[in-house]
Design a protein around this ligand. Structure first.
Ligand code: S3P
Length: 177
């Protein structure tokens, strides 16, 4: 059986990287975080890319990376939260596996991203909670099309259990030889 990729998406601070790493370990897949990979290749942080080259340049890097990763198998991919706003990226990545969207409350998101100050250029606002709520509303139609796992109000074991259930059922439903 081909090892279908597991693609974790969702808003910033919903736990994509944290749980993506754990999931990859459990499945014996390779873990890739698109932000980290882009930073490695560009030799600068996402915040620097936004500042020096602009958001459009970053989105182009995300698109190129999505195309590249969709040609590989056996990956758990944690996407940047905005990557799936480009429908081409969704089509491309979906062709390689199953998409799962992580969600969390706006308050939890703020608390989590505040632990890494300056890393989220789109949330550098006087009222970040307000911005998070606005962005969540804007993005809801996109995020809601995927399988959902909520990471608020649950312990880590429960979240891992939910993720594994989805990932394994997708693998067993797959007819890809
Ligand atoms: C973004 C999310 C970030 C990063 C960039 C833009 C977004 O990734 O790609 O700051 O548009 O939601 P995380 O979701 O990993 O924080």
């Amino acid at each position: 059986m081909k090892q279908q990729n597991i693609i974790l998406t969702g808003f910033m601070g919903t736990g994509k990287s944290t749980f993506g790493k754990r999931l990859a370990y459990r499945l014996e897949y390779r873990f890739i975080d698109t932000d980290t990979e882009i930073e490695k290749r560009a030799g600068k942080s996402v915040a620097e890319i936004f500042r020096e080259s602009g958001e459009a340049a970053f989105r182009k890097m995300e698109q190129e990376l999505s195309e590249e990763l969709s040609k590989q198998t056996g990956l758990v991919i944690a996407t940047g939260g905005g990557l799936v706003m480009n429908p081409d990226n969704v089509t491309t990545l979906q062709s390689s596996g199953i998409m799962i969207c992580l969600s969390a409350s706006a308050e939890d998101i703020l608390e989590r991203v505040s632990r890494q100050p300056g890393t989220r250029p789109l949330l550098q606002e006087a009222e970040p909670l307000k911005k998070i709520k606005v962005m969540l509303k804007q993005r809801e139609p996109i995020y809601s099309q995927f399988n959902q796992v909520c990471t608020s109000g649950k312990d880590r074991d429960q979240i891992m259990h939910d993720l594994l259930q989805l990932a394994l059922s997708a693998q067993s439903n797959s007819t890809t030889p």
